[in-house]
Every structure is written in structure tokens, then in C-alpha cells.
Design a protein around this ligand. Structure first.
Ligand code: ADP
Length: 576
């Protein structure tokens, strides 16, 4: 048949489809309508043809699954009469259920591991999968703020009798991977109530009314429980400010309105709490943040040093470690990591240990995992020509010597010329404490460190290579920020918008031509200053650079202590 329909046998006018084929046709969006009939399902295809399939009773029994599938693909479902379960032989039924499972599997994979059917409650009961506050670390303030919700969910009547009003909606705000979903799950886990998961992006559809219908179903399901948590991830996908000209704008507005209606529709004394997560609070429609909606906002940020250690401890409990691993030092070396990054690091360490045939994870596995996550995977299979290797050694030695000699630079952690990820070599510095602001002196130092690689190539190899491209890009970026946003140039405290800003490409260039020229000059001045500083330092310390490059060529990787020794022995000195 034209559309690849697999005809098993003909039954009157409508061809008989294999049930598996029918499911695949739904997947491919070829089905317009399905109607239950006493002996199966009548199918109307989008091109008007009709077919019939023998579906198991479970097909219509599993409403949440089927209607979700259908809604996603715009299929109309009419249940006219419950199909007779007896109309299928045992074998056919088992087969059909297996296909259902198969399709379920495809859906599972395509939603990137987070299986959820909006409106289908996932009950959190005490058991293997229950998440409690103990599993969430490093976000103590956020935890404190949501603790009272647990008390409320446990005994809503008590709160109601005192006349207390508990927030209906809590908005968790923070970057991805900081544990917002985990925190919401832990509230459900602590209170022993169902956790209903949906993602804002599930509600965003092309067809008008589909998103709103899903929101309605989600809350209908929630209301079936005495108490529960409804969690909406990526609220910004549905909750963007109204107004705008995109195609799906009307649909989005309907969906958002439905969400507002639903939230206004239940009493705050009922045991339903809606928790939503977003990273873009700034683009949310203000109506969402009004009293009685998401009026409580909790920040969930990336963890600080203590938080990172606590998160590592939580995850290290799940693996076999060799005595006490030094998690403090790993935490110190992972500024800017999110909870998800840290969980990933611990998992990576376990894999490294397992690959090496060890049964327990030790300090060295943790360190290898951190380096891998920070610097990319070592690619020892990449064969560099001798010239590339020597060039790379001098390039990295250049960065390292400038970093080691400038007092404001972050301490060196490691230098290697083993290709990692897309880099041929890496010079890694680690701040002593988490940095929240940068001084002008620190930024100028960073620019000089970035210039050090190219300068060393010029001084020792007498050429320039394209290997400095990323350094140049980063240095330019720092200089641009210093001039245009941080008021660190002679142009003073004024913000200069960059033309063609990625967030707002239509915004007109707000600078006069003369000012734009001065901005360019200031950026150039900072970059040139960094270059000159690196040049002076490396020219003065040629023997130190050479010693470091030789050591790199021999050992491929050097740790902080080794670099310090080498530099001391070659009598390196700074110019200040
Ligand atoms: P978000 O919802 O903020 O994007 P998730 O809650 O999905 O982040 O985090 C993903 C995973 O990362 C969690 O399942 C957990 O393993 C780990 N994780 C993230 N934050 C934390 C945290 N604060 N404490 C413990 N583990 C965390």
C-alpha cells in the first residue's frame, strides 16, 4: 500500500492493520481519528482512508498514555463502547501489550530520559526512589524556605484551622543542574505525597487549544489527590510574557491563561502546591508572579565551596570509596560547578576506577575525573608532529610562566601537552576561593596570561600559529567587558552596548561613530598592554620558559609543585 500500511487481511471495506503498524502510524502522524468498536478500533487516516485494527482492551483502558500520545499528534479519540476484552486471544493480547511497551520505550527515549505524561501522577512513596532532604545538599537556604511546605502537606487541615495561608505556587529560580527538580521531589518525598511532573515545553504546541487541554488535565489529575506536588519544569517555555508576534503566540497565550485559571481555581487550604522551575525569571509574564500564584520565589544558585563538598559527600555515599577520599580538595578545584556537574564527576570517577580494574574509588580517580570534566577527555590517540609538539610545549610554558610570575593571577594547577577535547595543550589555573567579582588588576593579569602563549611562540619558535585563536578570543572578550560593561577604561562609567547583541539582535547600535572608535581604541589598549607585559616577562625569563618547555616535552604533564621548583631553579623573576 502507498503509505506503507501493512495489510494483514481485509475485513469488509476497511483493511485490517496489524496493531503494531497502527501504533507506528500514530507515531508518524498519519492517523486522524480512532473509534472504539466492539471488536477493536476503527481508524480514520488523515487522507480519509479507513482501517481497522484489533486493539487490546488496555488500549482504551490506558487513557493517560493513549490520550497523551493522541494529543501530541492531534488524533481524535472516540470511545463509543468498551471493547470486549474477550475479543482477543491470549497470545494476541500479550503481543499487543508488548507493542505498547515498545512504543512506550520510543517515547521514553525521545523525551530524553524524563518520562512523564502530563497529568499522570508519579506517586512518591517511601522506597528506593524516594528523594528526601538528605539527598539535596549545598542549597540550605532554599531548603529552609521550603520546609514549611512539607509541614503543610503533611497536615493541611491543621494549617487551615489556624487560618494560615500557604503559598499555592513556589518558583525555584536558578541555572540548570542546581537541583531544582531534586528539591521539589524531596518536598514530595518528605511529605509522602504524590509528585506530578510536567515540563513547560510539553505544553507548547502548534495547534491551538492543545497546550491548554494538557494544563487542564494536569490539574484535574492533581485534584484527585488529597495532597500533592505539581512540578512544572521550564516554566518559561509556557510562561513567557504575553504579546509578541510569533506564530504560536496565540496558542501560548491560551495555555498560559489556562494555567492562571487553574491556579486561581483551587483553595489555598487544599493540599496542592505547584512548584515551578525556571532560569529566566526575567521573561516570565508578570501575571504569574501575582499573589495567589507563584508568589514565593526561592533562589537556587550554584553551590559555594562548602556546598560543593556537601554535594560531593551525598554522591560519594553512593559509590565504594577507598577510605576517606579528600572531597574538600575536589570541591576547592571545581568552582562554578553545578550539583549536576558534581554528581557527574563522582560517577565519572567510579567509571575510571572500574576501567582500571579497581573496586574502590580513590583520590586519584576523583582527580582524574575532575580534570576530565574541566579540561576534556585526554586524546592520546592524536599524533602530533614533532614541530607541533615543541610549539605546543612553548605555548603552554608561556602561559604558565606569565601566570606563575604575576602575583594577581590564579595559582597554577596543572600544565599538560596531552591533547584534550579540542585543545592540544592546557594550562590550568584554579582560584583559591570562589570569585564573585573581578578586580581590574586581576583581569589585566588574565589578559597577559592569555597572551603568554602566542608571545612564547614568537620568542622561541620565531613564528605564529593558529593555536592562539581561543586565547585571542577570550582576551578580547575580557577587554570588551572591561570597557563596555564594567567601566574599567578611560571612557569611564558608561555602558556601551555591543552591536548585534545575541539576545537582542534588532536593537540599534546606540553609539555615535566617534564613540565607537574610542571604545575600539580602549579595547585595543587593554589587549596591547597584556601583550607587552607578557613579552617583557617572557623575554626576561627565557631560561625558565625553556626549562618548562623541555620538562613538558619529556613528561607531558606537570603539577603545580613541579612548576614552582623548576621556576625557582631557573631563577625566574617578575618585573614588578
Ligand atoms: P535542575 O532541576 O536544577 O536542572 P536537577 O534537580 O535535575 O537540576 O539536578 C540533576 C541531578 O544533579 C540531580 O538528580 C542530582 O543527582 C544532581 N544534583 C543537582 N543539584 C544537587 C544538589 N544540590 N544536591 C545533590 N545533588 C544534586
Amino acid at each position: 500500500m502507498a503509505t506503507g500500511v501493512h495489510v494483514v487481511r481485509t475485513r469488509g471495506q476497511a483493511p485490517e492493520l496489524a496493531f503494531s503498524e497502527f501504533l507506528h502510524m500514530i507515531e508518524r502522524g498519519e492517523v486522524a481519528q480512532v473509534k472504539s468498536s466492539p471488536d477493536g478500533v476503527d481508524v480514520i487516516l488523515r487522507d480519509g482512508r479507513r482501517a481497522h485494527t484489533v486493539a487490546p482492551a488496555e488500549f482504551f483502558g490506558n487513557q493517560a498514555f493513549v490520550s497523551d500520545l493522541a494529543l501530541k499528534r492531534g488524533v481524535r479519540i472516540d470511545v463509543q463502547a468498551a471493547p470486549e476484552p474477550g475479543s482477543l486471544s491470549g497470545g494476541a493480547l500479550a503481543l499487543a501489550i508488548a507493542f505498547l511497551a515498545l512504543l512506550g520505550f520510543t517515547v521514553y527515549r525521545s523525551t530524553a530520559g524524563r518520562i512523564h505524561t502530563p497529568g499522570r501522577a508519579k506517586l512518591a512513596e517511601r522506597g528506593d526512589n524516594v528523594v528526601t532532604f538528605q539527598d539535596v545538599a549545598g542549597v540550605d537556604e532554599a531548603k529552609d524556605e521550603v520546609k514549611e511546605i512539607v509541614d503543610f502537606l503533611r497536615q493541611p487541615e491543621r494549617f487551615a484551622s489556624v487560618g494560615g495561608r500557604i503559598p499555592k505556587g513556589v518558583l525555584l529560580i536558578g541555572p540548570p543542574g542546581t537541583g531544582k527538580t531534586l528539591l521539589a521531589r524531596s518536598i514530595a518525598g518528605e511529605a509522602g505525597v504524590p509528585f506530578i511532573f510536567a515540563s513547560g515545553s510539553d505544553f507548547v504546541e502548534m495547534y491551538a487549544g492543545v497546550g491548554a487541554a494538557r494544563v487542564r488535565r494536569l490539574f484535574k489529575d492533581a485534584r484527585r489527590h488529597k495532597s500533592c506536588i505539581v512540578f512544572i519544569d521550564e516554566l518559561d517555555a509556557v510562561g513567557r510574557s504575553r504579546g509578541g508576534s510569533s506564530l504560536s503566540h496565540e496558542e501560548r497565550e491560551q495555555t498560559l491563561n489556562q494555567l492562571l485559571v487553574e491556579m486561581d481555581g483551587f483553595e489555598s487550604t487544599r493540599g496542592i502546591v505547584v512548584i515551578a522551575a525556571t532560569n529566566r525569571q526575567d521573561i516570565l509574564d508578570p501575571a504569574l508572579l501575582r499573589p495567589g500564584r507563584f508568589d514565593r520565589q526561592v533562589m537556587v544558585g550554584n553551590p559555594d565551596l562548602k556546598g560543593r563538598e556537601a554535594i560531593l559527600t551525598v554522591h560519594a555515599r553512593k559509590i565504594q570509596t577507598e577510605g576517606e577520599v579528600n572531597l574538600r580538595s575536589i570541591a576547592r578545584g571545581t568552582p562554578g560547578f553545578s550539583g549536576a556537574d558534581l554528581a557527574n564527576l563522582v560517577n565519572e570517577a567510579a567509571l575510571i576506577a572500574a576501567r582500571a580494574g579497581r573496586e574502590r574509588v580513590g583520590d586519584s580517580d576523583m582527580e582524574a575525573a575532575r580534570d576530565k570534566v574541566l579540561m576534556g577527555v585526554e586524546r592520546r590517540s592524536v599524533v602530533l608532529s614533532e614541530l607541533d609538539r615543541v610549539n605546543c610545549a612553548y605555548h603552554e610554558a608561556g602561559h604558565a610562566v606569565v601566570a606563575a610570575l604575576l602575583p594577581k593571577a590564579d595559582p597554577l594547577h596543572k600544565v599538560t601537552i596531552i591533547p584534550r577535547g579540542r585543545a592540544m595543550g592546557v594550562t590550568m589555573q584554579l582560584p583559591e576561593a570562589d570569585r564573585h567579582t573581578y578586580t581590574k588588576g586581576y583581569l589585566e593579569t588574565q589578559v597577559a596570561v592569555l597572551m603568554g602563549g602566542r608571545v612564547a611562540e614568537e620568542l622561541f619558535m620565531d613564528h605564529m600559529t593558529s593555536g592562539a585563536s581561543n586565547d585571542i578570543e577570550r582576551a578580547t572578550d575580557i577587554a570588551q567587558h572591561m570597557v563596555c560593561e564594567w567601566g574599567m577604561s578611560s571612557l569611564g562609567m558608561r555602558a556601551f552596548r555591543k552591536p548585534g547583541n545575541a539576545f537582542d539582535p534588532d536593537r540599534p547600535h546606540s553609539l555615535s561613530e566617534a564613540t565607537a572608535r574610542r571604545v575600539d581604541e580602549e579595547i585595543h589598549k587593554i589587549l596591547d598592554g597584556g601583550y607587552q607585559l607578557a613579552h617583557q616577562l617572557l623575554d626576561r625569563n627565557r631560561s625558565a620558559v625553556k626549562a618548562l618547555a623541555d620538562a613538558l616535552l619529556e613528561q607531558e604533564a606537570l603539577e603545580a609543585d613541579e612548576i614552582k621548583d623548576l621556576l625557582a631553579r631557573s631563577g625566574a623573576s617578575t618585573i614588578h
